[in-house]
Design a protein around this ligand. Sequence first.
Ligand code: URA
Length: 211
Amino acid sequence: MSDPHLTVVDHPLVQHKLTLMRDKETSTAVFRQLLREISQLLAYEITRELEMTTKRIETPMQEMDAPTLAGRKLALISILRAGNGLLDGMLELIPSARVGFVGLYRDEETLEPVQYYFKVPDAMGDRLVIAVDPMLATGNSSVAAIDLLKEAGATNIRFLCLLAAPEGIARMKEAHPDVPIVTAAVDARLNEVGYIVPGLGDAGDRMFGTK
Ligand code: URA
């Protein structure tokens, strides 16, 4: 927790759920449910320092100045397609968030990201923007997504993932040192085809039941 750029959420519930998700015997339905649950715990952590203000309310007992979130609604940006798995759970916790999508696929030969969709809320410069993608692997698509969000005006961006490889963290740190990363775990390395090991396999395939 001492690196301001990287927060590893080592909460026992997060770690327990992550182990179940890594297990290759875990079914698609259970994987999806666990992802929903874990994303709420990660959302709790990444929103810990949201700006607050107070508003005057009346309880059944008396008036008080009660704490409430300040500023514009935050923007959750799903990096398609696997980002949607994190998005669903986060929206249960932050239902008034605005939502955007960045469509990037990874060219399996070059491992470089290719853009096919981009739609984000207005006033990106006035919002906390949380980009979500379960797997920070090479970092290529995350860096490209953050590039696009900055081009759209975002200045206050955080990145949320489930698993990160040291290579992806280094790449993000180099390209976007102003974007803090929150993850449930940092794994050992990438393999020769850019998958995180030990990892959990292809997050999109595991949540959608594709191969
Ligand atoms: N994307 C995945 O889904 N899994 C990995 O291990 C790397 C990238």
